[in-house]
Design a protein around this ligand. Structure first.
Ligand code: ZN
Length: 382
């Protein structure tokens, strides 16, 4: 596949754009940027646009440069919608076809990196691992790091969807199994069959985290209810996904242990339209939870939960809007889908606009720091 966008030229000069990248509270005007061979090689500021011999010039005036976005919580093999769980049982061909559709939508929306935090397995192979391997080196698809399949306590998820742990003693073996099967990170599902009870002990999860870290990988822990949220924080996982019920104590524990929160607030926004009971209350609880984490100094990255919730793969911008509506600063919200996500992925330069870094960026219209809907208005992207 090839792109006909001028922006994807091997040597491209973007002139006279504004720049907003989540490292400052306001955009920078009059920025020009040179990308050569997939790398950003120069960034200028100033009213007079530079000229570079042999470069394809894109007049960026009137547009805003933003880094390639990072979706820290997506399920690329699944379509989303109101029946997202049922689609986990779709045949492999359907999962892969949906994955290709999602990958294309993500790139068009300016999403260049994603963490896949759980996909169904067929013949022991998680669909997202197949997509990750297929997409490697393809500029028309996002760079994917994939968790393989969810590991959960039996009874917490519908049977047959996850790696189900009957006895806690089997947790470490399950974690090793996912890494052996090719997962880049491990996804633990820490809501239990009984939402009020943690599904494992802190020592059990901490032991699993040690095993994953020893293999150079990270642990992403799903927890929505308070019990699992506290467990994830106390066990020192790398990221707490959703974290719908974080109180002040848990937030302080997360900050002290360096646990990143991956917010998925837009899921509650989406629920409002298809009659999930308590969606409006849930949204308020989730907003308060993010505010508690932010106030405690917890690092916030963000995800769409596309496919594993009702959102679609090209809707990460909704999460930025939702974070700001919850009371997080626009800078923190933009950072959450750019460089904070890149840091969580552990990929140098991901989600940043810097000389020497990967030349993935979009030209959007409007100021994402005062008008986050600007992220929906993608003109060109590479
Ligand atoms: Zn999810």
């Amino acid at each position: 596949m090839t792109s006909s966008s001028r922006l994807t030229a091997d040597r491209v000069l973007v002139t006279s754009a504004a720049l907003a990248d989540g490292t400052a509270d306001a955009f920078t005007p009059d920025v020009s940027l040179l990308a050569e061979g997939g790398v950003i090689t120069r960034i200028w500021t100033g009213e007079d646009p530079p000229s570079v011999e042999g470069a394809t010039v894109v007049d960026g005036s009137g547009a805003t440069l933003v880094p390639g976005l990072v979706d820290s919580h997506a399920h690329v093999s699944l379509p989303g919608g109101a029946r997202w769980v049922e689609h986990g049982f779709d045949p492999l061909g359907e999962l892969l076809a949906v994955g290709e559709e999602n990958g294309e939508m993500m790139v068009r929306a300016g999403i260049r990196w994603a963490r896949d935090v759980g996909s169904p397995r067929r013949d022991r192979r998680a669909a997202a691992l197949t997509l990750r391997d297929r997409w490697r080196g393809n500029p028309e698809r996002p760079y994917l790091r994939a968790a393989g399949t969810w590991i959960s306590r039996r009874g917490a998820m519908p049977p047959g969807l996850t790696v189900e742990i009957e006895h806690a003693a089997d947790l470490v073996a399950a974690v090793r199994g996912q890494l052996d099967d090719g997962a880049d990170l491990v996804k633990l599902y820490l809501d239990g069959p009984d939402a009020d009870a943690a599904p494992f002990s802190v020592a059990e999860v901490a032991a699993a985290v040690d095993v994953v870290h020893a293999r150079g990988a990270k642990v992403a822990a799903h927890a929505t209810a308070q019990a699992g949220t506290r467990l994830a924080a106390a066990a020192g996982v790398d990221s707490l996904e959703h974290g719908n019920e974080i109180d002040g104590d848990t937030a302080a524990l997360m900050a002290s242990k360096g646990v990143t929160l991956v917010s998925t607030l837009a899921v509650a926004e989406s629920w409002l339209t298809f009659g999930r009971d308590g969606a409006a209350e849930m949204r308020e609880t989730m907003r308060a939870s993010v505010r508690a984490a932010d106030a405690a100094g917890v690092t916030i990255a963000a995800g769409s939960d596309a496919g594993g919730g009702s959102l679609r793969a090209n809707q990460l911008a909704w999460e930025v809007q939702s974070l700001i509506e919850a009371g997080v600063s626009p800078r923190t919200a933009l950072a959450a889908v750019t460089w904070r996500g890149g840091d969580l992925l552990g990929i140098p330069g991901a989600g940043r606009l810097a000389v020497g870094g990967p030349a993935h960026f979009s030209l959007v219209h409007g100021d994402p720091l005062t008008d986050p809907a600007a992220l929906w208005r993608v003109w060109l992207t590479r």
